[in-house]
Design a protein around this ligand. Sequence first.
Ligand SMILES: [Zn+2]
Length: 670
Amino acid sequence: MTNPLLAEWNTPFALAPFDAISDENFAPAFEVAMDKARVEVAAIAENSNAPTFANTIEALEASGKALDRVLSVFFTVAGADSNPRRQELQRDFGPKLAAYSSELYGNKALFARVEAVWEARETLSLTPEQQRLLMLTHRAFRRAGAALTGEQDKRMRAIMARLAELGTAFTQNLLADEASWHMALSEGDLEGLPEFVIRAARAAGQEKGADGPVITLSRSLIVPFLQFSPRRGLRRKAFEAWISRGARGGETDNRAIAEEILRLRAERAALLGYESFAAYKLETEMAKTPDAVRDLLMAVWEPARTQAEADADTLTAMMRADGINGDLEPWDWRYYSEKRRQAEHDLDEAALKPYLSLDAMIEAAFGCANRLFGLEFTPMDIPLYHSDCRAWEVTRHGRHVAVFIGDYFARGSKRSGAWCSSMRGQAKVPQVQGAVVINVCNFAKGDPALLSYDDARTLFHEFGHALHHLLSDVSYESLSGTSVARDFVELPSQLYEHWLEVPEVLERYATHVETGAAMPPEMLERLLAATTYDMGFQTVEYVASALVDLAFHEGTPPEDLMAAQRDVLDRLGLPHAITMRHASPHFAHVFSGDGYSSGYYSYMWSEVMDADAFAAFEEAGGAFDAEQARALERHILSKGGSADPAELYSSFRGRLPGVEALLRGRGLAA
Ligand SMILES: [Zn+2]
């Protein structure tokens, strides 16, 4: 029988036939597709014709597509619906992929051809996008160590293979620590918890096979528990379990893994001739240097800390009023902050939730994309990898654009967080049948599913990433959609969050799930006033993580991870009751792979731009200004990585943004 991962996909829009694929298909398909990729690359390297853009750069772009197809299915299910077999495959594929990649970039004959095309670039009459593809291909070879020889070359290969193994182990340890902990609640422990938390705790109890409700380490459950539970002892127990992920000793401890990752990254950067891993990583970013990053973060740190310290005093006074002495602790912040929010803004998350049903917020995200860009979404009935997944065909003016898949609910087999990925990117060379884009979230399941405002923002955020894929209009897949500099990739997603805050959007879509009534005007007003609430805390926990990430990747790598982390936080003066948003032993952004290493700052870098970009709409005709929407699509959303991000931004806005916009956006401007 033919392996469905290798067969032609005669499905609507050539989607992966999930119902025909079993876990047993992955390993054999992986081997065949990888062999095929090797043959394709060898043919390019050994071509007897003189190197040209078409027979080298474009041919490389077209190689390995069968492997991409197998991996697009595999990584989708491995991240969103893992099981022991898939974890085992992931452990097996990781080092093989690293070896393949280092073999590709270490292919001297191939590099000689890429180098020859690069040297001849002025004479080739390439389009700007082709010039960009050539520059990026050449730079990727250089950065991967294509110019290394002998012992150095060998060492680099060993480092890369080991890093891939360590990244996978880090992720799996984190997943294991998250899955292995839960805290049973007695009926009495439910006191003070709103209905949605109780429902989610009962559902979690059922999933865990417990007798009653439980609290798990899923962000969608533990955060509301910390916000609402008056039981300080339980909050402390849950919080300590939450922040100890990856640092509990034993087989799933991530500390030694993270230390080894940092040592190997530093060695890798040195081999390539960079001052530090941070210098190496930032070369390809809009920020360009570690100093530029630190300047940005420190410009935000002081105003944020000042605000957070003032807030800590207020919360401590509230705790005293409850008859509790001693310091305000990290497991107290969210609880008293929620109380304060209810007192000052009288915005009750529990009362708000019925207005933010998942279905209504999906409609809202789609509705805005329709008004701004003319996209239409039609539900599709197709087999997917889990019964919770939903799919829509995306069209414009009656023409197929893409397929969009939403996988919204938390479950034990899904890693935490939220993300957007494409199973197939947009491309014209060769033409593909439209992109296939997935949003994966971890919202608490319910009937109906109700979101917190934070969840709704996450939904808009990930959908903003999806739009980057859906509106992409470039020639080459490797330049399409979100294939952009890391500190630019959050611009479309963070920018899209602004539309959730547009009053007419909430008025229209945030209707009560049972009565259909629009959100009461005073609730809407309070909600909008509360969007910058607790920004001192949020900015501090985020910037602390970003600065630790940067420090880890500059200078000598730390011998003791936790001591180095403490050092940075002490120097910064992190307020006592605030912890890093992600402590190092579970800082997946930084250690699961090197995607966000010395790059966690980039969310904030992008926020500089999102505040500034949304202001362009407000300064024109408002949130749905047609001309600004066209400009945003033309200069940014359709361009993917086909041009330099600073140029793209400047074409849209006529200038580059400054840090003032960010401070205003967070309500921290002096
Ligand atoms: Zn994002």
